[in-house]
Ligand binder design. Structure first.
Ligand SMILES: Nc1ncnc2c1ncn2[C@@H]1O[C@H](COP(=O)(O)OP(=O)(O)OP(=O)(O)O)[C@@H](O)[C@H]1O
Ligand SMILES: [Mg+2]
Length: 286
């Protein structure tokens, strides 16, 4: 019998030489090209890259929505190359997508969350307490009887996250989950994700086009044409405008301001990531 689970090495996602083509397995037209991507349990990763660079494909590969073609992929200890592990991998990875309106299957928040639980044969007697628990976790206590269609954008995404949390995934993958929201909705969702990471120890992989959001992560990975071209702390990656430019991304406002000021002969001691850091440095240099 094949071994189902492998030894715990602290990594919750372990991709080695991972390649994927939508055409066929032997195609040279690779959407993911020799990806090495390792995520520790409890880490918060921001995955950045231009349109079409392969971010969603990598997310779908991790979540076993796409079959493993080449390379090695372990998710939560389960080998993605073994067909019988698919259900465990999908349960371990909760996916939240861009458009909250496409994520609901019911006109009642509680039914929507219960649906996922029933799919995993969760004991009927515990369903309503579990629904209340996950709504609390996303800051929507008492929203059981609400119609998800009538919630604000931020509330909708948080209700969608509650649905995903119901079956207790260790990993949350957010695929541009804030891109359709206004700044208030974005803030609500980001604060929720940070709380789930800090207080509930969820591993987070957040795909985003907003470099300012990536500042919140422990680590930033840059994807370009199916390859990971940079992997480091937000400070290492986001303070390099030329590197970001390769992926059609613009450096955070504070970084751009630092270089503009330097052009005018105003040199701050270190490259800041946020406006607060600029203000602190300017006040200190007075
Ligand atoms: N189902 C599919 N069938 C064939 N090709 C696909 C499919 N999905 C994506 N692709 C192609 O794979 C490449 C990577 O797409 P992917 O959606 O992973 O990129 P992305 O980085 O998520 O882009 P975006 O920022 O626009 O969401 C693109 O060239 C895209 O056209
Ligand atoms: Mg995408």
């Amino acid at each position: 019998m094949q071994q189902m689970e492998v030894k715990d090495n602290g990594l919750i996602i372990e991709a080695e030489s991972l390649s994927f083509s939508y055409e066929h397995q032997e195609s040279l037209n690779l959407t993911l090209n020799d990806i090495n991507f390792k995520v520790e349990k409890g880490e918060f990763i921001a995955l950045l890259g231009a349109n079409g660079s392969g971010k969603s494909t990598l997310a779908r590969q991790i979540n076993a929505l796409l079959p493993l073609q080449r390379g090695k992929l372990l998710v939560n200890g389960f080998d993605a190359g073994i067909e019988t592990n698919m259900r465990d991998i999908r349960r371990a990875c909760g996916m939240v997508f861009q458009n909250p309106d496409n994520q609901f299957v019911s006109s009642l928040v509680e039914e929507d969350i219960a649906f996922g639980l029933q799919n995993y044969d969760y004991p009927q007697a515990e369903i309503s307490s579990r629904v209340a628990q996950v709504l609390e976790m996303v800051g929507l206590p008492g929203f059981e009887q609400r119609n998800p269609g009538f919630l604000s954008g931020g509330q909708k995404q948080r209700a969608a996250i509650a649905g995903v949390l119901a079956v207790d995934p260790d990993i949350l993958i957010l695929d541009e989950a804030t891109s359709m929201l206004d700044s208030e909705g974005r803030k609500e969702v980001l604060e929720t994700v940070q709380r789930l990471h800090r207080e509930h120890h969820k591993t987070v992989v957040m795909i985003t086009h907003y470099v300012e959001e990536a500042i919140l992560a422990d680590r930033v990975c840059l994807l370009s044409a199916g390859r990971i071209i940079a992997d480091g702390s937000p400070r290492e990656i986001l303070t390099q405008p030329a590197l970001l430019d390769q992926t059609q991304l613009t450096a955070p406002f504070a970084v751009r301001l630092f270089f503009e000021l330097a052009n005018k002969g105003v040199n701050l001691p270190e490259i800041p990531l946020t406006t607060n850091e600029i203000v602190r440095q300017l006040c200190q240099s007075k």
